[in-house]
Structure formats: C-alpha cells, structure tokens
Design a protein around this ligand. Structure first.
Ligand code: NAD
Ligand code: UGA
Length: 459
C-alpha cells in the first residue's frame, strides 16, 4: 500500500501541528488539512506566520517550509476526503454537555459526522486513522458506519493517538518518546508506520491491537494528571507542616522508580485534555460497573478542583478576608506557558471565585487575546457578560495591570514574568503588596527583599 495523499479532518491544536510535521518530513506526500471553521483555515493560510491560529514555538518555521509545497489548508472537506488514500480524524472530542453521560462521557458527534461524511463522499478504499482521543472501542463505531456504504469499498481503521503537549508540540513531534499504532490490517499499519519512519527510529514505533491503543491514550493522560494531583495534594500538607514541596519533589524525584518529571506543584492542571479524558475514563469504568476503579480516578479530578479553590481562598484570607473592591492583577491566563490555549485553565476558575467576592481583576497574558478571556468567563455562566466586563479588565501591559493593585496572582509560568522590574511594580502597588505565586515561578528571596508579602504553593 502506497500513500500519496493524506487528508486530515480538524485543523486545531493537534491536526495543524501534527500534519505540518508529517508534511515537513514527507515531502513526497501531499497533506491537506481541512476544517469547517473558515476563520481558522484563513489564519493557517495567512502570509504572516505570526498569525497562525495556534501559538506554538517553532511551528511557524515548519509551516513556512512545507505550506504551498506539499502542505495545504482548506475548507473543502469533501474534496480532501475524495482525493486521499489515508484520512486522519483530528476533530475535537469534548465532554458531553447534554443527555446520557452529561458532564463525563466524551461527545463523539464530531467523530461520527466525519465517519458519515467519509462514507458519503468516498469513491475509493481508504485507511482511516483515529488521531483524536476517544473512548476505547470507538473504532468499532467508525468501522460499522464505513462498512454500510453499500459501495463495496474497503476501509481499514487504525488508532494512532497523539501524545504531544501544547507549548512543546514541535519538539514532541520531532522527537516523540513513542508513536503508538493500533490496528488489525498489517498493510495499513505498515503504510502508517512508513510515514513516521521518515524521521522516527523504528524501535520507537509501537504496534498493538486497536483497543489497547485507544485505551493507552486515556491511561497515559490519567497517569500524568495523577502525578500532578499527587504532588498538589502534598503541597497542602507541606504548607501545614513546614515542609517545602519543591524539596519533597526533588527528594522523591531522584528515585529513578519515581522519576523527576511532572512533579511541579501548581494552582492545578488545566488544558483541554486531562480533565476531559479522566472524566471519560471514570465514565467508562462506571459503565462496566467498576465503581472502585471509577472512584479512584475521580479523586484525581477532585484534588485538582480543590487546589484551584484553595488558591483563591488563600488570596482572600491573606487579604484580610475580603477582596471586595480590591484590585488583583492576574499575570497569565493560558493553561501553561508557550501556548495561547486557555481551555480549562486554572486562571478561569480562580478568577470566577474572586469575582464572586467582588474583586476587581486586571489580566495580562502575553499571548491570550481579550475576547478569549471574556468568552472563557461567559461559558461558566456565573454572571452576566456586562458584570464580567465591569469587574474584569484585560490589559496589554503588565505594569499597567499591576498599577495600584493590592495583590498579584501568577497563574501561568511565562518566563518573561521573571524578567519584570519588580521594584517598579512594587513601588506602584498598594501596601502591603501581596504576590500569590500559583506556579512557584518567582524568586522568594528577591521579592521579600523588595518588601513584597510572598506566598507560593507548597511552602
Ligand atoms: P481543536 O478544538 O483545537 O480542533 C478540532 C477542530 O476540528 C476544530 O477546528 C473544529 O472546527 C474541527 N472540526 C470538528 N468537526 C469537524 C468536521 N466534521 N469537519 C471538519 N472539521 C471539524 O481540538 P484539538 O485540541 O486539536 O484536539 C483534537 C483531538 O486531539 C481531541 O480528541 C483531543 O483530545 C486530542 N488531543 C489533543 C491534544 C492537545 O494538546 N490539544 C493532544 C493530544 C490529543
Ligand atoms: C497533556 C499531555 O502531557 C500530553 O502528552 C497529551 O498529549 C495531551 O495532554 C493531550 O492529550 O491533550 P497538555 O495538556 O498540552 O498535554 O500539557 P501538559 O504539559 O501535560 O500540562 C497540563 C497541565 O498540567 C498544565 O496546566 C500544566 O501547568 C500542569 N502541570 C504539568 C503541573 O501543574 N505540574 C506539572 O508538573 C506538569
């Protein structure tokens, strides 16, 4: 089986960067990324590479190299499906907001729509690759839809989950720890494998059955999220006992069986996937009546919610138990540094909690746009849009955001926050000048020497 043309449905945080790298490394294959969202496709096609819809270090160079050569972005989904030998499905699979499984199960309507559209449009046999994160056994649904076209076409379905993390997507795609391919048909597996072999050593490409591959993706995220919740739970114990969470993380991380990565205490994990995928794992376990398994993983989410609430409460309590009318500057809104993605960012929930207490919040984030911040708050439905914009202001200058503030909260670990003139910031604040460091980013000694009252998670 030879793959000459690839289509990818979904030009988001996964489809865009992943296909850009596949095209970069396989110049002989034509890669077309399609999406229903016209603005998104226009942004992917923008001459100015700074306007790509996804901010990701190094992405502009990869797109610059391949776009127009063998990488194309388009809204013509039917044409791309019809032309392709292999179709990646990279659409969103959010938590259901209605009906059975509301608030837990993954909403597979976008996946099913893709399968139906492929079934309608295809006139030749194709390999379908699940790139989106989906519940175990979704391939059976896709296959069932594709097997009923009545056109006598052959569709092979493979699972190829993506493990990139936002903010390091290009690095992760260029040097993956592993590529996982699940499937039954050996020639389809071989064809997909050969695409990755253009730059990934063969021994890093793992093949499994379909169900192990689908489930492994949810489990990888669950284990990663569990590490963050584990260290975050210990951060509270450190604050109560005089231990220091960074010292504890360092001491346990030196044990090679535990390892040092993903032990950074924080205001709570965010992002579009950890919570969604954990909820989904819990839902799947419950649907098999495995209630103890479900409860075990549910607790990882509960600790995460607790960590965000605890941080907001710490701010209120430190500021003499009221923040009503007080100005609090938020540095950072994205769910982590080096991304413009704000989905499930801890900042949204901390802000919401403080706004309920009538705080005045000024937000500065180097990459997140104003309309996105108001949109995130609106989606919570806690108060009206006009109340949100009365209480919260988005600033394009960090010094202005901190001007006359009673306190500053660090919500995202952007490197540039460390380089600010903290003396200038302190001089222009109300006293006592509080800093609440939700990312353990700043230097305690430096800030205390300048006269700040400094609180960091887990110290
Ligand atoms: P996203 O929301 O950024 O992108 C999905 C895109 O699919 C959207 O632009 C949407 O318009 C498009 N789309 C939906 N239905 C469509 C259809 N029928 N036809 C054409 N386009 C359609 O989502 P994302 O962050 O890229 O995530 C996609 C999947 O990858 C999810 O399952 C997610 O869990 C998984 N994943 C995400 C990450 C990450 O870091 N964001 C990492 C690994 C896996
Ligand atoms: C995560 C996984 O790391 C990826 O492997 C996976 O592909 C992806 O989810 C997905 O399925 O979407 P991502 O959410 O982009 O990637 O970012 P992470 O680096 O995992 O960070 C998630 C959250 O955990 C962030 O809010 C981050 O600040 C927080 N975190 C991470 C901590 O608080 N402490 C840590 O030590 C690590």
């Amino acid at each position: 089986m030879r793959i000459n043309k690839i289509a990818c449905i979904g030009a988001g945080y996964v489809g865009g960067p992943t296909m850009s790298v596949i095209a970069q490394k396989n110049p002989h294959i034509q890669v077309t990324v399609v999406d229903l969202n016209v603005d998104r496709i226009n942004a992917w096609n923008d001459e100015n590479l700074e306007k790509l819809p996804v901010y990701e270090p190094g992405l502009d160079a990869v797109v610059g190299e391949a776009r127009g050569r063998n990488l194309f972005f388009s809204t013509d989904v039917d044409q791309a499906i019809s032309d392709a030998d292999m179709i990646f499905i990279s659409v969103n699979t959010p938590t259901k907001t209605y009906g059975k499984g509301k608030g837990q199960a993954a909403d597979l309507k976008f996946i099913e729509l893709c399968a139906r559209q492929i079934a309608d449009v295809a006139t030749s046999s194709k390999v379908i690759v699940e790139k989106s994160t989906i519940p175990v056994r979704t391939a059976a649904t896709i296959k069932s839809i594709l097997d009923h076209t009545g056109k006598g076409l052959q569709f092979q379905v493979l699972s190829n989950p993506e493990f990139l993390a936002e903010g390091t997507a290009i690095q992760d795609l260029h040097h993956p720890d592993r590529i996982l391919i699940g499937g039954e048909d050996q020639s389809a597996i071989k064809a997909l494998k050969s695409i990755y072999e253009a730059w990934v050593p063969s021994e890093r490409i793992i093949t499994t059955n379909l169900w192990s591959s689908e489930l492994s993706k949810l489990v990888a995220n669950a284990f990663l999220a569990q590490r963050v919740s584990s260290i975050n739970s210990i951060s509270e114990l450190c604050e109560a006992t005089g231990a220091n969470v960074e010292e504890v993380a360092n001491a346990i991380g030196q044990d090679t069986r535990i390892g040092s990565k993903f032990l950074k205490a924080s205001v709570g994990f965010g992002g579009s996937c950890f919570q969604k995928d954990l909820l989904n794992l819990v839902y799947i376990a419950r649907s098999y009546n495995l209630n103890e398994v479900a409860d075990y993983w549910d607790q990882v989410i509960k600790i995460n919610d607790h960590q965000k609430t605890r941080f907001a409460e710490k701010i209120i309590q430190s500021m003499y138990n009221t923040v009503n009318g007080k100005k609090i500057a938020f540095l950072g809104w994205a769910f982590k540094k080096n991304t413009n993605d704000t989905r499930e960012s801890a900042a949204i929930y901390v802000a919401d909690h403080l706004l309920e207490e009538r705080a005045q919040i000024n937000v500065f984030d180097p990459k997140v746009q104003e309309h996105q911040i108001y949109k995130d708050l609106k989606e919570l439905n806690t108060r009206s849009a006009s109340e949100n914009s009365e209480l919260l202001t988005v600033m394009d200058d960090p010094y202005k955001a901190c001007q006359a503030a009673h306190g500053i909260a660090i919500l995202t670990e952007w490197d540039e926050f460390n380089d600010y003139d903290w003396k200038r910031i302190k001089d222009n604040m109300k006293k006592p000048a509080f800093v609440f460091d939700g990312r353990k980013l700043l230097d305690r000694k430096k800030l205390e020497d300048l006269g700040f009252v400094y609180y960091a998670i887990g110290e």
